[in-house]
Design a protein around this ligand. Structure first.
Ligand SMILES: [Zn+2]
Length: 201
């Protein structure tokens, strides 16, 4: 989405009109051709530029192609005015996207009318550097995530998305093995396919 298009969107859908819908954010309801077209374009844009989940870093593939997730929730009682803000939209894997994870929990601790000036209580996929908030324990089988420098945002993200659960750690370790093997052997697409199949078992 170009900057001009985003500006047009922001103009077309300022804060006030969102509020009159109360429970319904125009992103979801009522069905609207313009919004459907916008969402399609955003999805295409994100899938082109983003290969990993914005929250856990796992590769987006297969059944986990990625859902468009609002980093600051779009619920009318949260931050509906950021519904179409590009920096607020990220692809998330099906683990991080499940309603029991972030859901409509508030992710902004100090709000500002300018999105990038808000303070977030999680590690923001675009505004934060994960290296400042996470530490890794490199083990042969698992790659364990830890909070770095007592970062409250790192702590909150690990807690909300369950980044330290054994399943996530195992998946991350698999991906690391995958990329190490890939780098070592310069795989052909056919080998790549076999390796992918073997590691996803
Ligand atoms: Zn994820």
């Amino acid at each position: 989405l170009s900057l001009t298009e985003m500006k047009e969107l922001a103009k077309a859908r300022p804060h006030e009109p969102f509020m009159k819908y109360k429970g319904n954010n125009p992103w979801d309801y009522p069905p609207n051709d313009e919004v459907i077209a916008i969402k399609k374009k955003i999805r295409l844009d994100l899938t082109t530029s983003q290969k990993v989940c914005g929250f856990c870093g796992l590769r987006l593939k297969g059944t986990s192609q990625g859902q468009i997730e609002h980093i600051a929730p779009k619920a009318y009682y949260r931050h509906p005015e950021f519904t179409f803000t590009l920096k607020n939209l990220v692809l998330a894997c099906h683990y991080c996207n499940s309603p029991d994870k972030k859901g409509t929990k508030d992710t902004i601790s100090i709000k500002h009318t300018i999105y990038s000036k808000c303070k977030f209580n999680i590690v923001h996929p675009y505004l934060d550097d994960p290296e400042e908030h996470y530490d890794w324990t490199d083990k042969e089988i698992e790659l364990l995530i830890q909070v770095k420098n007592d970062s409250p945002q790192g702590k909150k993200s690990i807690e909300i998305f369950g980044l330290d659960n054994p399943n996530m750690s195992e998946l991350r370790a698999g991906e690391i093995r995958h990329s190490q093997l890939k780098a070592k052997y310069a795989l052909l697409p056919a080998d790549e396919f076999l390796l992918e199949a073997a590691l996803s078992k």
